[in-house]
Design a protein around this ligand. Structure first.
Ligand code: FES
Length: 103
């Protein structure tokens, strides 16, 4: 485990994401109805960032062309595409801070 401080809880707009960069690792942390979730910040469609996407229930909708993902598993819900889903990362909250395990 390698927990890194990602952002403050209040940085993340409700139902939206927040971009976080750790070196070459680019993530998006989302405030969702099932808690905070972190995914790689690169849509599988054409690679645009997903941090400005919206979350409806547990479905993350890419802001660019509407591809959908399961925000808990990262699974791609849109039918086209080569990869099965986005990489996900464990998240924990300690006080005002959100931490992501980037193992
Ligand atoms: S870049 Fe996400 S749907 Fe096109």
């Amino acid at each position: 485990m390698e927990w890194l401080r990602a952002c403050r809880v209040q940085d993340i707009p409700a139902g939206r994401g927040w971009p976080v960069r750790f070196g070459e690792l680019y993530l998006a942390v989302f405030d969702t109805p099932v808690g905070f979730r972190a995914l790689e910040n690169r849509c599988l469609h054409v690679g645009n960032p997903i941090d400005d996407g919206s979350v409806s229930g547990t479905v993350l909708i890419c802001p660019w062309h509407g591809w959908c993902y399961d925000v808990e598993t990262g699974d791609r819900l849109t039918t086209a595409g080569r990869r099965a889903g986005l990489r996900t990362f464990p998240v924990r909250v300690d006080g005002d801070w959100v931490y992501v395990d980037v193992h």
